[in-house]
Each structure stands twice: as C-alpha cells, then as structure tokens.
Design a protein. Structure first.
Length: 202
C-alpha cells in the first residue's frame, strides 16, 4: 500500500499551525555562531570533509543573507552543491521517502513552484521571525527537494532566514530532532525552541 502523501499533510499543517504564538527574537552582540561551532565540533569529529563542506555552504548562505538575495530553490541548490561537493543539485524527479519509508513526499508538476512560493513567505512581516525560520526549515524537510542532504539544507535555510534579520543562534544542535509532517504542535514547538536558543548565551 502506498504511504500517505506527507507533503500534502505538511501543507495542511502549515496553514493550521499557530505561528503567531512564536516568541519575539532579539538581536544580541556578536558572539558564538552555533552553526560554525557545530561544524567545527561534532561534525568535524565524525567527518572533517563534511564539516568543511558545510562551512563553505554556510559562508555562501551568509553572503546571500547580507545581500538579501531572494530565497528560492536556485539559491538553496547553490549551497547544496557545496554541501555535497557536486556540480549539480537538481530538484528531485520522483517521490521521496524518509523515516524508513513511513513518510512519503509526493511529486507533481507543481511541486517545485509550490516550494518556491513557500520560501518567498520567509519575508512576510506578518509572521514572527522565529516562525518564519521554523516554517522554512520544515518546508525543506517535507518538500524534500534534494535526493540527498535535505536535513543539512533545512538547517542552512533556517540559519539563513535568521541571518537576514541579524540573528545568530549560539547553538543549533537542539534543533535537529525528528519532526513529523502531520504535527502542528511540533511545528509551533520548533519556533518556540528558536526563541529559547536566541535567549541562551553559552
């Protein structure tokens, strides 16, 4: 039996989640960059080459944030080429699966355009920044645009959305827990966690 389309479930949750309850974020003096610390710490211990590629992609994403480049699949693909050390990072051409096949992300002729439409909403001033960053992370996770490295792409996207507004989280490891496409409370909790990390200064 074909698994339920979890992308469709996410698009429903995306409309229903309580994004407005997300905490306000504050700009802090420059300090620890949690993404860089994660790369230079646990990621480098496991795989130095993976860490170096992630740091290169992160540098690109920060440059794009500083110039306020429109966030779309093409921008993410540029980062992803660094992440995967690949010459191309095309949008997937078939259904994708995660969580040992328990989640299936369908593909239609409109999926890539829908993804870009969702990413454009990261500049919506009516939605709190923490919610926009969380929602973009989950958009990447559940649209699952790449054949590999979507979790890394999701985290880079979250960090980029915050960087555009001058926010750098001192930690990112707590963000990397399993998320489910049909869980509106979990989506709101991710935004709340961004707020907690924003207030924490190690």
């Amino acid at each position: 039996m074909t698994a339920t389309d979890s992308l469709s479930a996410w698009l429903r949750v995306r409309r229903e989640a309580d994004w407005q309850s997300a905490p306000a974020l504050r700009r802090c003096p420059p300090g620890r960059d949690g993404f860089q610390s994660w790369c230079k710490g646990p990621v480098r211990l496991r795989d130095p080459h993976r860490a170096q590629r992630l740091l290169a992609a992160h540098a690109l994403s920060l440059t794009d944030a500083a110039r306020r480049a429109p966030l779309d699949f093409a921008l993410l693909a540029g980062w992803q080429r660094e992440v995967l050390a690949a010459t191309r990072a095309p949008f997937r051409t078939s259904d994708a699966y995660a969580k040992a096949g328990r989640e299936r992300y369908g593909l239609t002729p409109h999926t890539q355009a829908d993804f870009d439409s969702c990413l454009r909403e990261t500049t919506d001033p009516e939605i709190p920044l923490a919610a926009r960053a969380a929602r973009a992370y989950l958009d990447v996770a559940f649209f699952h645009p790449f054949t590999d490295g979507n979790a890394r792409a999701a985290l880079l996207t979250l960090v980029h959305v915050l960087a555009r507004e001058g926010i750098t989280l001192p930690e990112v490891e707590p963000l990397q827990t399993t998320r489910y496409a049909d869980d509106p409370a979990g989506a709101a909790d991710l935004a709340a966690l961004i707020g907690v990390l924003n207030r924490h200064r190690p």
